[in-house]
Design a protein around this ligand. Structure first.
Ligand code: UDP
Ligand code: MG
Length: 138
């Protein structure tokens, strides 16, 4: 599904009360919400979700961070969704993120960077299915 992407508003966004402001920006940028829920990942979930990074030095911290509280998981729809959403969130490191991007506005560090965005159509489909059954997608 080339017009969909998957996002999580990460635990720091929920803790800081930034969920409303971030969703506002997502809506204003033309994304339609296909599925959404507040959910908490187990360590097993986070290790599987980020399996591609399991050899990286930050993996343990990443799993701690992503499991310490709930996230808002969502599937979003728009033409060119994956690329446009990556542009909206900005670079992984907020210090390098463009002005006005979600990470520039709301991330505190390269680790605690407020939001996830899928990096390919293939991963968007895998990640969406990780969190949502077909009955939860509208
Ligand atoms: N991350 C980190 N340190 C790094 C790189 C990444 O803690 O040096 C974390 C950060 O939360 C990031 C996630 O691991 O969002 C996944 O990394 P990736 O390179 O896939 O960045 P993204 O696709 O999220 O921009
Ligand atoms: Mg990534």
């Amino acid at each position: 599904m080339t017009n969909r992407t998957f996002t999580m508003l990460k635990p720091d966004s929920v803790e800081k009360g930034n969920v409303g402001a971030i969703l506002e920006k997502i809506n204003a940028s033309g994304f339609r919400i296909v599925a959404m829920k507040l959910t908490q990942m187990t360590r097993r979930d986070a290790e599987a979700f980020y399996a591609i990074h399991n050899e990286r030095p930050f993996f343990g911290e990443l799993v701690n961070y992503m499991t310490r509280g709930p996230v808002v998981a969502a599937i979003l729809e728009k033409d060119n969704a994956v690329e446009d959403f990556r542009a909206l969130i900005g670079a992984t490191n907020p210090a390098e993120a463009a002005e006005g991007t979600i990470r520039k506005l709301y991330a505190s560090s390269i680790g605690e960077n407020a939001v996830h965005g899928s990096d390919s159509d293939e991963n968007a489909a895998i990640e969406g299915a990780f969190h949502f059954s077909s009955r939860e997608q509208f």
